[in-house]
Design a protein. Structure first.
Length: 169
């Protein structure tokens, strides 16, 4: 059985969404992050095909690993868990994230892709706690969001995935 990480949903309630985007000294992470210096560059990276491709690749790494190594707790189970997690995430961020996007001058259509990132992070964490060898990527994005920043792109060639750096603002 895989349990949804209740601590993650509690943490999401406390996040100061985008509060540090483009401000202050960049935080240090234990994974490579390159901070962009303009909102325009961040928005361009966020909307880019390479960023979408990297997130698809990361999702495929996780689901491929689970399908191969833990099919009994993946097949058919993943979708149910994803729906439950999505409902919990929407409940805790819907009152804060849209306002933060608006306040920072980001388009409202960024809300949905961010929700997808958060849901993938919650599922990734849930499975990683049970299977520590499972790949991680979205948990890293969650840490950037938690720091009040916006993960928004990828600096690297997809052909050498996962070598590269997350772009953040």
């Amino acid at each position: 059985m895989i349990d949804l990480p209740s601590d993650i949903y509690s943490m999401l309630e406390q996040v100061q969404w985008l509060s540090m985007a483009g401000h202050g000294d960049p935080p240090q992470f234990d994974f490579p992050v390159v901070f962009l210096d303009s909102q325009e560059a961040a928005l361009k990276a966020f909307k880019s095909n390479p960023w979408a491709d990297v997130k698809t690749e990361a999702q495929g790494d996780l689901t491929g690993y689970l399908a191969k190594h833990h099919p009994d707790l993946y097949g058919g189970y993943w979708n149910k868990l994803a729906r439950q997690s999505r409902a919990l995430i929407e409940k805790v961020v819907v009152t804060k994230l849209p306002g933060a996007l608006s306040d920072k001058g980001f388009p409202a259509e960024m809300f949905e892709p961010i929700l997808v990132d958060l849901n993938r992070a919650a599922l990734e964490i849930a499975y990683h706690r049970k299977f520590p060898k499972s790949p991680v990527f979205f948990e890293r994005l969650l840490r950037i969001y938690e720091a009040g920043r916006l993960p928004c792109g990828w600096n690297g060639d997809l052909s050498s995935w996962p070598t590269g750096s997350v772009l953040a603002f």
